[in-house]
Design a protein around this ligand. Structure first.
Ligand code: IMP
Length: 429
């Protein structure tokens, strides 16, 4: 059975949680490959609602092994809190595997994320303030501490000393903050170590053996294509690679191990945080989308910026991720509109851009070119097969798949796990 990657095609919050949930039914191993607790999935299993930030969704299914891969940055306190909360609700958390190569989010990363955003003022990125960027920066400059360092107090202490000396200089001299005492961090993290030790392992062979044995492995992306550090709307991006290629580096598999790549896209578009958003709707339409789509962040509770489906970004995501299919979520939310706008291209200084513009200046200043498609103005929540959708809704999905260049395999028409239309007649995700 092949590896399956699940990636967001927009700026995150596409509703990956529901798709993961349906896929997990036939999945043996679920691997998170990047990001940290900046993510947030809400999943409803047997009527119970779970908001997961760091732990892979596989934890909720008895037959699944959940893996936090080497490409993830881990705040151990958050991980322990999440495991405890799940444990209290009767979820077996003992099976969670945590890569020893994953990097640790340290208290100074959190502090630096907060103070740099404050200093940037109106130029701030609008990060989740979870320490993600500073932790990945330390990984790249090779002063990061890794999960495996928790298991060797001497090494942990030595590495912490090197990193903290510089961080305290920055915190005190650049930002006028108090230094963070080494002893305090050591005590706290070595206590975390005791709790996490049973989960820490080399996750590479676990994933590889599962693939070799023909088991199904799902690579669960957090954030999304346009937040990718290398390919997104830099600098308004996250500090890792959510694209499908990122699954190889972040989980420790080769490109040929992943043969199904599912892109998740809302039927419209949202973004949280700062940065350009060509198809952002006018305030009145945006408000309707916010209310109808309950567009508030799972992690920070921030109201999301809302706009129309952006086919230029969709095409870009289809190509970058080599999508084999597209799952469209929240189609029901568009029942509020007639006609419905779709951004088919951008315009900048008289030039039409069908593909993602080559530089940030153009992307920042371009105007959306819209086509209007007829709405359907009716409830979709009972539809399960394509012919149970209004003709206009089917045409809308046809238009999206034509514009993006990837077939729409499923379309979600409500928050419930069964509120989804099997567009390809495949029977199950
Ligand atoms: P960071 O990942 O906390 O550094 O934030 C960088 C950017 O990514 C900000 O614009 C965040 O709002 C955005 N971001 C990070 N995680 C998510 C997510 O899970 N969904 C949507 N946006 C996110």
């Amino acid at each position: 059975m092949p590896g399956v990657a699940l990636v967001g095609t927009q700026w995150g919050d596409e509703g990956k949680g529901k798709v993961t949930d349906l896929l997990a039914e036939h999945t043996d191993v679920v691997v998170r490959y990047q990001g940290g607790n900046n993510a947030g999935h809400t999943i409803v299993v047997e009527g119970e609602r779970y908001a997961l930030h760091l732990v892979p969704t596989g934890i909720l299914y008895p037959h699944c092994v959940p893996v936090i891969g080497p490409g993830v940055v881990v705040d151990p306190q958050v991980l322990i809190e999440e495991l405890d909360a799940l444990g209290e609700r009767g979820v077996d958390t003992s099976k969670l595997l945590l890569s020893g190569n994953a990097h640790l989010i340290m208290p100074y990363h959190l502090e630096l994320d907060r103070v740099t955003e404050r200093r940037l003022g109106k130029n701030r990125l609008g990060t989740t303030k979870r320490g993600i960027g500073p932790a990945y920066a330390d990984k790249a400059t090779r002063v990061g501490l890794r999960v495996q360092d928790l298991l060797d107090p001497k090494i942990f202490s030595a590495k912490l000393e090197v990193a903290l000396k510089e961080k305290n200089l920055i915190l005190t001299r650049v930002y006028g903050r108090l230094p963070i005492p080494q002893k305090e961090i050591e005590e706290q993290y070595l206590a975390f170590a005791q709790r996490l030790a049973p989960h820490i392992t080399d996750t590479d062979p676990v994933i590889q053996d599962a693939l070799d044995a023909g088991k199904s492995v799902m690579f669960e992306g957090a954030q999304a294509t346009l937040l990718d550090l290398d390919h997104g709307t830099y600098p308004f991006v996250t500090s890792s690679n959510p694209i499908s290629g990122g699954a190889c580096a972040g989980a420790g598999v080769g490109p040929r191990d992943i043969t199904r790549i599912i892109g998740i896209s809302k039927a419209y578009c949202t973004r949280v945080g700062s940065g350009p958003f060509p198809s952002e709707a006018d305030p009145a339409d945006a408000e309707i989308l916010v209310e109808a789509g309950a567009e508030y962040g799972t992690t920070t509770g921030r109201k999301r910026r809302c706009g129309w489906f952006d086919a230029v970004a969709g095409r870009y995501a289809a190509r970058l991720n080599t999508l084999t299919e597209l799952v469209v979520t929240k189609l029901d939310v568009l029942s509020q509109f007639d006609p419905i706008k779709v951004c088919v291209a951008y315009e900048y200084e008289g030039e039409r851009f069908e593909h993602f513009p080559p530089n940030q200046t153009i992307f920042n200043k371009c105007k959306p070119i819209y086509e209007e498609l007829p709405g359907w103005s009716q409830d979709l929540s009972e539809a399960r097969k394509p012919d149970e959708l209004p003709a206009e809704a089917r045409s809308y999905l046809d238009a999206i798949q034509g514009l993006v260049g990837a077939p729409v395999s499923w379309a979600s028409v409500g928050p419930g796990r069964d509120e989804i239309v099997d567009m390809a007649g495949s029977g199950s995700l």
